[in-house]
Design a protein around this ligand. Structure first.
Ligand SMILES: Cc1cc2nc3c(=O)[nH]c(=O)nc-3n(C[C@H](O)[C@H](O)[C@H](O)COP(=O)(O)OP(=O)(O)OC[C@H]3O[C@@H](n4cnc5c(N)ncnc54)[C@H](O)[C@@H]3O)c2cc1C
Length: 474
């Protein structure tokens, strides 16, 4: 029987395995094996329950506008476990000039759509606000060449908008450096907005006019919010997929060391500590820098292009406090910090405000701080004690928090955030040209065409569709 080997058991690999499993259950004559180097499945999706706190090591949510997580949840039978964020507290602050400033209401992505709250906000100076308004008149860029997020925002909205909004808010999502990040790869929507409307402000206003009215939640379904998660955290998604897979087809704690192409067009997957596995198709979902190490024997140029995708190191630090120990607590989603402030944390999410059930009752507060990213990676490499002290010192300085955490947990993600730097899409196209030249070989995941959990589910499923066609099990 034809066999598909999936390498990596993060959300991309799990999505692929789920589709393979469904193919088998609907009578397709095909087999699969998923090989994961860690002892657990889930990759960067990592939720832990400690003393009744729900701690997220990696993603804490997904974007509901991308349909794939919701669709997967329905297929898994956990659609009723989806959970919206707490809209009543949907405020984010920017720590700027030594104090917290609320991001003005109506700021969609980068661009203000409500004049009054923006005009009244002290976040951006008056010269900065006027410079942002110039966007209305600045002609669109003529060449279709890629540019950095930094150059785009400075060109259209000015340097202050870059420093105080775009860099911390948007660059932060990717743990990226706006002066390196590719606009084409990370924010194609901004390019389309400029192309179609000639101005971000005009595009946003048009978008607001044409936006569909928010629908009330369907009976038995959670209200759809911009960010969503699962009642038991994002790990509920990966745990549920894993629970529905045939255990005999999953190998954990096993590292793939290399893949060879055989003269008949099939592949030999070498797994440390066991006999090689023959495969008719291979889906590599390991992050690009890890994939680079194992695909060399299939194609050296593909490996070089994979190695050329930089990855940034970061850490998330979960901290739980007794509410009574905190004198002043802002009911908000958290705050972000521009790099120009020179602080040692990038942002903090107030997890217990953003979501309703993250603590064992109302008496506690859960905060998640972010350290590292493209410009500050060295901070992640301190030992736990020093890293914890640094984060607590920062929270003391920024929000006046002096309480001792009752629970804390540090998650480090070494090379955990792929950086879509300028030229990224060309690198990905070059990788895909090489996979096309090797039928039955697919390289997909968060390193290439979207870091979001939904994107990963989608590309995992697409790879299976192609693999099934390749092995003749459509
Ligand atoms: C701190 C952090 C916060 C994030 N927040 C969000 C968020 O809020 N929302 C969102 O949508 N996205 C978020 N992301 C991004 C998202 O989590 C990732 O893009 C996504 O989980 C990647 O999934 P993946 O399966 O492609 O890769 P991974 O999760 O990295 O899985 C790849 C797997 O391959 C395994 N592997 C590697 N090499 C080998 C080998 N040689 N042999 C066998 N196995 C191997 C690894 O152990 C790993 O389990 C966040 C990421 C991080 C790090």
């Amino acid at each position: 029987m034809k066999k598909v080997v999936i390498i990596g058991g993060g959300i991309t690999g799990l999505s692929a395995a789920y589709e393979m499993q469904k193919a088998i259950e609907t009578g397709k004559l095909v087999d699969y094996l998923l090989v994961e180097k860690e002892d657990r499945l889930g990759g960067k999706i990592l939720t832990e329950k400690i003393d009744g706190f729900i701690l997220e090591g990696g993603p804490d949510c997904f974007l509901s506008e991308k349909p794939w997580v919701g669709q997967m949840a329905e297929k898994l039978g956990i659609g009723n476990r989806l959970m919206g964020s707490n809209e009543a507290s949907k405020r984010t602050y920017v720590f700027c000039d030594g104090r917290l400033n609320m991001l003005p209401d109506g700021l969609m992505g980068l661009v203000p759509t409500k004049i009054v709250p923006f005009a009244l906000s002290p976040l951006i100076s008056w010269p900065g606000k006027i410079r942002m308004a110039f966007d209305w008149f600045i002609p669109r860029k003529k060449t279709g060449e890629d540019e950095t997020l930094g150059s785009f925002v400075t060109r259209r909205l000015g340097k202050e908008a870059l420093d105080k909004i775009a860099e911390p808010l948007i660059g932060g999502i990717h743990a990226g450096d706006p002066d390196q990040m590719s606009l084409k790869a990370s924010f194609p929507r901004f390019i389309q907005m400029e192309e179609k409307y000639g101005s971000l402000l005009k595009a946003m206003l048009a978008g607001r006019k044409n936006a569909p009215k928010p629908k009330p939640a369907e009976p038995g379904k959670p209200k759809k919010t911009f960010f969503m998660t699962f009642a038991d955290g994002m790990g509920e998604l990966t745990d549920t997929i894993a629970s529905q897979l045939d255990k005999s087809k999953i190998l954990t704690g096993k590292t793939v060391s290399k893949i060879e192409k055989r003269p008949d067009g099939s592949y030999m997957v070498h797994v440390e500590g066991m006999d090689p596995v023959e495969a008719d198709a291979v889906i590599v979902t390991a992050p690009a820098h890890e994939a680079a190490k194992i695909v060399k024997d299939v194609d050296k140029t593909m490996a070089d292009n994979l190695a050329g995708i930089p990855q940034a190191t970061s850490a998330t630090v979960n901290l739980a406090f007794k509410r009574s120990d905190i004198h002043k607590h802002l009911e908000c989603f958290g705050f972000i910090i521009p790099i120009s402030e020179g602080r040692k944390i990038k942002a903090a999410t107030y997890s217990s405000t953003k979501w309703n059930n993250r603590t064992p009752g109302e008496d506690y507060i859960l905060i998640r701080a972010f350290v590292g990213g493209a410009r500050n990676q060295e901070l992640v490499y301190q030992d736990d004690e020093a890293l914890l002290k640094m984060v607590l010192d920062e929270l003391r300085d920024i929000i006046g928090l002096t309480a001792k955490p009752v629970v804390h947990k540090i998650y480090r993600w070494e090379k955990g955030m792929p950086q879509y730097t300028v030229g990224h899409l060309d690198r990905v196209a070059a990788i895909e040209a090489k996979t096309s030249a090797n039928p039955g070989f697919y390289v997909v995941g968060g390193s290439y065409r979207g870091v979001g959990v939904g994107d990963c589910i989608n590309v995992g499923a697409q790879a299976v569709e192609k693999a099934l066609a390749h092995v003749g099990a459509e």
